[in-house]
Ligand binder design. Structure first.
Ligand SMILES: NC(=O)c1ccc[n+]([C@@H]2O[C@H](COP(=O)([O-])OP(=O)(O)OC[C@H]3O[C@@H](n4cnc5c(N)ncnc54)[C@H](OP(=O)(O)O)[C@@H]3O)[C@@H](O)[C@H]2O)c1
Length: 291
């Protein structure tokens, strides 16, 4: 049987790294992980040549410009990485007739809903990062209607930079912290998203038609204050955490007040159960302690 090669971009990011940890559990696939030094999304004109060397059977694009606040001032780079490069990867995947999986964000939505956002809800981003990701979604689907987009939210992992690790550090360094309590969302363990991604690759390999937009996040919803309080409790720390309002914590990029994703489509199409975010957080904190 011919070897099926999966090209994964963003090898050093949270999701790319978690896919790297999982790779050995999928001996039927050959994984090629590339970081920024091997495939730089700021230079889409270089992709075609790189693909000739790697010859992928599937592209999983986890790399992205994820600095939400910085993107308000580094607009050109954020747009190239999150929109132009995603379009070019989608175009190349169409040319090669191979599946293309890329990721987007809850920040494509306006934040004004009161019930979870369906995959079909109209996008209306409130910040520049969200608008680059929304543009990337649209441009990729325009050039390759088979593009698979997985929107996710509030990603954490034992690897990389994220809210969980920042909180653990700050709670040890400081006696008290003020955390925003009026933004609601669904935390996502990057490991669970990596497993869902591999389920998708396997389903595609088994001949199942999967395309378009999906949402993936762990079950349940919370706000940043409650998330921080749970991290504190699980870690047995004593830092005093105070809830504050978004208006008292100004940031360069506006955040949506409500960005809970409805994940029912991926659960149905992949016949999968998604665990609660608290259970996923426990697993992640175990992994952090084991490091
Ligand atoms: N993190 C979240 O909370 C969150 C929320 C919603 C959606 N998402 C989406 O989920 C996906 C995975 O995110 P993540 O959490 O794994 O992100 P991450 O941990 O921030 O990792 C992003 C990776 O992209 C790489 N990258 C940035 N610019 C690049 C460039 N020009 N060329 C090549 N690589 C580049 C980074 O490389 P370096 O290591 O060299 O910097 C990093 O390894 C992304 O599409 C992201 O937009 C994330």
């Amino acid at each position: 049987m011919a070897i099926y090669t999966i090209l994964v971009t963003g090898a050093n990011g949270q999701l790319g790294w978690e896919l790297g940890q999982l790779a050995k559990s999928y001996p039927a696939f050959k994984f090629v992980f590339v970081d920024r030094s091997q495939l730089d999304l700021a230079f889409p004109e270089t992709f075609e040549k790189i693909m000739l060397t790697i010859k992928p059977d599937c592209i999983v694009n986890t790399a992205a410009y994820t600095a939400v606040d910085k993107s308000e001032t580094e607009k050109e780079l954020a747009y190239t990485v999150n929109a132009t490069a995603v379009q070019e990867l989608a175009r190349i995947s169409k040319d090669l007739s191979i599946p293309f999986i890329t990721y987007s964000t809850d920040y494509v939505f306006d934040g004004e809903a009161t019930t979870p956002y369906a995959t079909s809800t109209k996008v209306d981003p409130v910040n520049y990062y969200g608008s680059t990701k929304a543009a990337g979604e649209k441009m990729a689907i325009e050039v390759n209607e088979d593009t698979i987009i997985i929107r996710t939210s509030w990603v954490f992992s034992s690897h990389g930079n994220n809210f969980v690790k920042t909180m653990l550090r700050l709670m040890k360094e400081r006696e008290s912290l003020n955390i925003v309590a009026d933004q609601k969302g669904r935390p996502t363990y990057a490991k669970d998203l990596a497993i869902a991604t591999m389920k998708m690759v396997e389903a595609i390999n088994a001949g199942k038609t999967i395309k378009g937009i999906y949402h993936f996040a762990n079950q349940g919803e919370t706000n940043w204050f409650s998330f921080a309080t749970t991290i504190k409790a699980f870690a047995g720390l004593t830092c005093n955490i105070q809830p504050i309002e978004t208006k008292d914590f100004p940031t360069p990029a506006k955040r949506p007040a409500y960005s809970v994703l409805d994940t029912s489509k991926i659960e149905q199409d992949l016949e999968m159960d998604i665990r609660d975010w608290e259970e996923a957080l426990t697993a992640c904190m175990k992994a952090i302690n084991a490091h």
